[in-house]
Unconditional design. Structure first.
Length: 600
């Protein structure tokens, strides 16, 4: 009997088939959900997440994962008795407005595990067919790759259409989504399982509510399902693009072409001129060339559409006139309404001239129009910045509002900003205070590292540092100068000392400029690297070793994984804590008796 291939290797083959033939239809995928190894891979992806230990509507969490748990899941999937549990709904503050709350769904860990296994299978089918214009919730794609696509591909566009689908993820039509999946995957059991997750509902204040539309709240599978749904929008825009795009009637404007011809003629005259006439002709050539550099060159008779989407936010660049933009927007509205059964937000879907700022993914986007001349590496003068996309930071709406919301700075009557002490951080240690500021500073600066005006964040960094110093001074009821003097090192920089096994280290205040240098192309790995070869996960090996990592017992029939949120939170008061600290692991394979004693 032939040896069964590991599931991840089978899925790698499925991915390759989907890559080579985008029209291929897949069947019998459900059987891969009945293999134990896919759940070890799913657990490996989930166990380190912050929410892994968060409870849903019951006590089922990442703690207690075992081979028996996998066997029970596979049995319920095999006889189709598996039924997802309703998610527990809670509310968290919105980033832009702390007074408003948005709902968050928390599934049980078993449902997360099954969803992650399903996601791994579906991703192998769909990831190869998704278009390059889609950047949200995809391997090795991010907001920054979407923004890079704009800076590289939107140069010279004349109009922006800012797309916004009203309540996209809450209004995805279940029937339409299931139909789209069924077009690609002819497996009734997979379709039925997806439908179960869509209809699982949620619990709020111990009352059950049905879900009639939208993807599962907080679901592992939700981003992929949303991309499957919005892939149809990507395909539609590409169809509109193919019908709209047309080459220019001519490359250059008549005025620019005339100047080019005059310069060419003048150059020929210079080459043939006598020495006494050459100086006069060269001066004339320079004046004519200077005039040409100020003359619009592109004929602007071409028609093109550029398109980038991140989740439900998309930006369309149009080479054409305003009437073309109105027609493109009308087609989008009709398609989204009739096919996707959703609504394009009229007030947020704006048509903006590219000389003005459009908003996309928290950046301001515009196309530069200036005649600034710079010499290239060969010394040839060019208008290198004209018609190039410029990304900038919306300071008032994003950076300043962040500081007001976090109470880092206050606005004075003259409009200037003043750094202030943050009283709600005073209970923290000095190291925790500086680490909090550093995380916030790096978060903002890393995100806006692609902005042309990134250097302006130096003032934001200045306010952050002084707010940090004021908070430290408030904690010790002293002055900023005394805090700096207390924590200054031999090089004149201040930082909080802390002890490690290697000796005393210092936590310095972060430098905003280092965030600009953080991008490293060598860190980018192939999208499907993790699926090319299979090896057992450490969890699989450790559970199958049948040895308790706490008491050393090897004669038990049941072993499971004890999980903690953070190793650094352990105090080392109990043997199991000492073992986890020594191993520097968040997980410990233990027998059932030891696990019960840990929780007693």
């Amino acid at each position: 009997m032939a040896e069964t291939l590991p599931t991840m290797e089978v899925l790698a083959r499925i991915r390759n088939n989907s890559t080579s033939n985008h029209a291929e239809v897949f069947t019998r995928l459900y059987r891969y959900l009945l293999r134990p190894d896919v759940y070890f891979a799913a657990y490996k992806h989930l166990y380190a997440n912050k929410g892994a230990a968060t409870k849903g509507i019951n006590n089922d969490t990442v703690d207690g994962f075992s081979e028996e748990k996998i066997a029970n899941i596979i049995k319920s999937l095999s006889n189709e008795t598996y039924s997802p549990t309703p998610v527990r709904r809670t509310y968290i503050g919105k980033k832009n407005n702390s007074n408003k709350k948005r709902p968050l769904g928390i599934p049980t860990f078993t449902d997360k595990l099954v969803q992650e296994a399903l996601r791994i299978i579906l991703e192998s089918v769909y990831e190869p067919i998704f278009l390059d214009c889609s950047h949200g919730f995809r391997p090795n794609k991010s907001c920054h790759t979407a923004l890079k696509g704009i800076t590289k591909g939107f140069n010279g566009v004349r109009w922006f259409i800012e797309g916004d689908i009203r309540g996209c993820f809450d209004n995805i039509d279940h029937g339409t989504l299931v139909g789209l999946v069924n077009n690609k995957i002819k497996d009734a059991k997979i379709i039925k399982l997806i439908y179960k997750f869509l209809k699982a509902g949620y619990m709020e204040d111990w009352q059950y509510y049905r879900t009639h539309s939208g993807t599962p709240q907080g679901g592992i599978i939700s981003p992929l399902l949303a991309n499957i749904y919005l892939h149809e929008l990507d395909r539609f825009v590409m169809k509109v693009k193919s019908e709209y795009d047309s080459p220019p009637e001519r490359v250059y404007t008549p005025e620019y072409s005339k100047l080019q011809w005059q310069l060419k003629t003048l150059k020929e005259r210079i080459n043939k001129a006598e020495p006494e006439d050459r100086a006069y002709l060269l001066n004339e050539y320079k004046q004519l060339h200077s005039h040409m550099l100020k003359t619009p060159s592109k004929s602007q008779t071409d028609k093109k559409i550029k398109y980038i989407r991140y989740a439900d936010d998309f930006l369309i660049g149009v080479n054409g006139n305003h009437e073309d933009c109105v027609e493109i927007k009308r087609k989008l509205t009709d398609f989204i309404g009739s096919v996707l059964k959703m609504e394009l937000s009229e007030e947020k879907t704006l048509t903006t001239h590219s000389g003005q700022k459009a908003r996309f993914l928290g950046y301001d986007v515009k196309v530069r129009r200036n005649n600034q001349v710079k010499s290239d590496k060969n010394g040839i003068k060019k208008r290198s910045l004209s018609n190039m996309v410029e990304l900038s930071v919306p300071f008032a709406e994003k950076v300043n509002s962040f500081m007001f919301r976090k109470r880092i700075a206050e606005q004075q009557s003259d409009g200037t900003l003043l750094a202030v002490c943050r009283p709600f951080l005073l209970h923290m240690t000095e190291l925790e205070i500086v680490s909090t500021y550093n995380a916030e500073l790096r978060g903002i600066c890393n995100y806006y590292s692609k902005a042309a005006d990134f250097y302006k964040l130096s003032y934001f960094a200045y306010l952050m540092e002084y707010s940090c110093l004021k908070t430290l001074a408030g904690k010790h009821r002293t002055s900023i100068s005394k805090i700096v003097s207390k924590y200054k090192d031999g090089n004149g920089k201040w930082g909080i000392p802390y002890k490690t096994k290697s000796g005393t280290m210092r936590c310095y205040f972060a430098s905003y400029s280092d965030c600009k240098k953080s991008e490293n192309p060598s860190d980018i790995k192939p999208v499907n690297e993790r699926m090319h070869r299979y090896s057992k996960t450490s969890f699989e090996n450790r559970l199958q070793a049948k040895t308790c990592e706490l008491c050393g017992a090897t004669d038990n029939t049941h072993y499971e994984i004890h999980h903690v949120h953070k190793v650094k939170d352990l105090k080392g008061k109990h043997p199991w804590e000492i073992a986890m600290i020594a191993k520097k692991r968040k997980t410990l394979v233990v027998c059932r008796e030891c696990h019960h004693s840990i929780h007693d």
